[in-house]
Design a protein. Structure first.
Length: 176
């Protein structure tokens, strides 16, 4: 990142290659439209290059970049006058990448990953994004809070509520 800060385009291209899937995935989770997610991803890297001098080298690159992506996606959401939901069971990551959303992994009732994938898609962006950042991108709570621009305590409440909602949806699917 220090070379990117100096304007090294080759280093920036490597940064894009390294993070393009994660950035697109997050944008898609928020926007639920491939076309809009591609636009937000492009905006993310343009904004990141323009803001490269503000990057704090004491911190990890991924939360900084994912925050830019989150903001770019939200900008597109704000531009939409009508918020229409597209097919809720399609997410940017493949269902087999969702291995276990319960870090304690009690495993009493196993649902297939497709069911978990669909239940994730049913959550609102407010709850889906923190879950995705935590369990699919592996960010810490503080990194997630910084990425989505909320306090740590607010994030913990969102994660708790998201897990409750996800659990309820999965339990309902399991009983069917």
């Amino acid at each position: 990142m220090s070379r990117v800060r100096e304007g090294d385009l080759a280093a920036f291209e490597r940064l894009i290659e390294r993070f393009k899937v994660g950035v697109f995935s997050l944008c898609y989770q928020i926007l639920r439209s491939r076309e809009d997610a591609e636009e937000a991803s492009q905006d993310t890297f343009v904004k990141a290059f323009r803001a490269r001098e503000t990057y704090d080298e004491e911190r990890k690159v991924s939360p900084w970049l994912l925050r830019i992506a989150s903001n770019a996606a939200r900008d597109i959401l704000r531009k939409r006058q009508t918020r229409t939901l597209v097919n809720s069971d399609i997410l940017a990551v493949e269902p087999d990448q969702v291995s276990n959303l319960n870090p304690d992994g009690d495993g009493v009732h196993r649902l297939d990953n497709e069911e978990v994938h669909r239940a994730l898609g049913d959550l609102s962006e407010q709850y889906r994004t923190p879950i995705v950042l935590k369990y699919l991108h592996g960010l810490t709570n503080q990194e997630i809070a910084d990425t989505i621009g909320v306090s740590l305590s607010s994030l913990k409440v969102r994660l708790s509520r998201a897990r409750e909602l996800l659990h309820a949806r999965l339990w309902k699917r399991w009983e069917e």
